[in-house]
Unconditional design. Structure first.
Length: 290
């Protein structure tokens, strides 16, 4: 009922493992199945449950069967970012209905874990994908499928984006994984009229209050007070059976591939969290539970 403020809290939300017990109502999975998935966000908030444990209770809606060609480690961290990427792309689903059209999509933060997941999904849907990231990560982002890359640290970043869209056409959708304020400000110039700017990021680098104020202004500040006239969307990002089925399908087909940054043994838990805190990770940090 109430958020778990006291008592034991277990870290992590994603997992990969084997079913050791199933509720009698469950027909889709059986004991012994190799699976991956996530525990419910609301459950995590309510009870402090997590997946950095030997046994976790997981809702059937967000479990998928692991294909034999991939290991438990390969898929241990894939679910939450995939659910997030799906929830962003789903908001503009009608864009991808016409198979003869190749919508132009800009993914801000292609090297973030959400970005690494969104790019191959968008490519699979037939999009032309441009992406912003650091120059040093152009290679990583291109290997995930991006057709064009923009260095967000370049002093000409906004100009380069505007020049490119003048030449090749405006974007039909912007998927912002990192709360790229620079891109939001020029969005009317690079995004088709009426098209969506979908953001899941939260950039607190200039303070949490600034980030909250900015994010509120995106949807609430009218243009006559200086607001940007772009359709702003903030998806809920809740995992569903439908998106889990899509993920399972795309993993089985090899469209979505593992995105691990590093793998740590149980005895190295502290090192694993230290790696996370470097903010230098490209993909997920996985911990092996004995
Ligand atoms: N992970 C999830 O499942 C999830 C779910 C919901 C929401 N979110 C939110 O999504 C955001 C990203 O999370 P994440 O876990 O995907 O991030 P992450 O893996 O930690 O990656 C962030 C990376 O994005 C790059 N970046 C930062 N600012 C950028 C900018 N303005 N333009 C282009 N690239 C930029 C940085 O690369 P450089 O080091 O090269 O600068 C950084 O390494 C966070 O705000 C998070 O709260 C994440």
């Amino acid at each position: 009922m109430f958020p778990s403020l006291w008592g034991k809290k277990v870290a992590a939300k994603d997992y990969s493992g084997t079913i050791v017990k199933a509720h009698e109502s469950v027909t889709r999975f059986k004991v012994g199945d190799k699976v991956y998935g996530q525990i419910e966000f609301t459950e995590k908030i309510k009870s402090g449950a997590g997946t950095l444990v030997q046994y976790a209770i997981c809702p059937v809606e967000t479990i998928a069967k692991r294909p034999t060609q991939l290991s438990a480690i390969d898929l241990a961290g894939i679910t939450t970012v995939a659910q997030t990427a799906f929830s962003m792309i789903e908001t503009a689903d009608s864009l991808f209905q016409n198979k003869n059209k190749n919508p132009r999509v800009l993914v801000c933060g292609g090297s973030s874990t959400v970005g690494l997941m969104a790019i191959p999904i968008l490519k699979h849907k037939g999009a032309f994908v441009a992406s912003t990231c650091s120059k040093t990560k152009f290679d990583v982002v291109s290997k995930r499928g991006a057709d064009e890359t923009f260095d967000y640290r370049s002093k000409d970043f906004q100009k380069n984006l505007k020049d490119a869209t003048e030449k090749d056409g405006k974007f039909d959708l912007i998927i912002d994984c990192v709360n790229s304020h620079d891109v939001w400000l020029i969005s009317p110039k690079i995004l088709q009229k009426g098209a969506s700017y979908v953001n899941v990021g939260f950039d607190a680098s200039q303070g949490t209050l600034t980030a909250i104020r900015r994010n509120l202004s995106y949807s609430l500040l009218p243009t006559w007070l200086g607001g940007v006239p772009t359709k702003y969307v903030r998806p809920a990002g809740v995992g569903t059976r439908k998106t889990m089925d899509t993920l399972e399908d795309l993993v089985n087909k090899g469209v979505v591939t593992p995105i691990n940054d590093s793998v740590f043994e149980w005895e190295q838990v502290k090192e694993a969290f230290a790696r996370l805190q470097t903010n230098q990770t490209i993909g997920k940090v996985v911990i092996k539970v004995p």
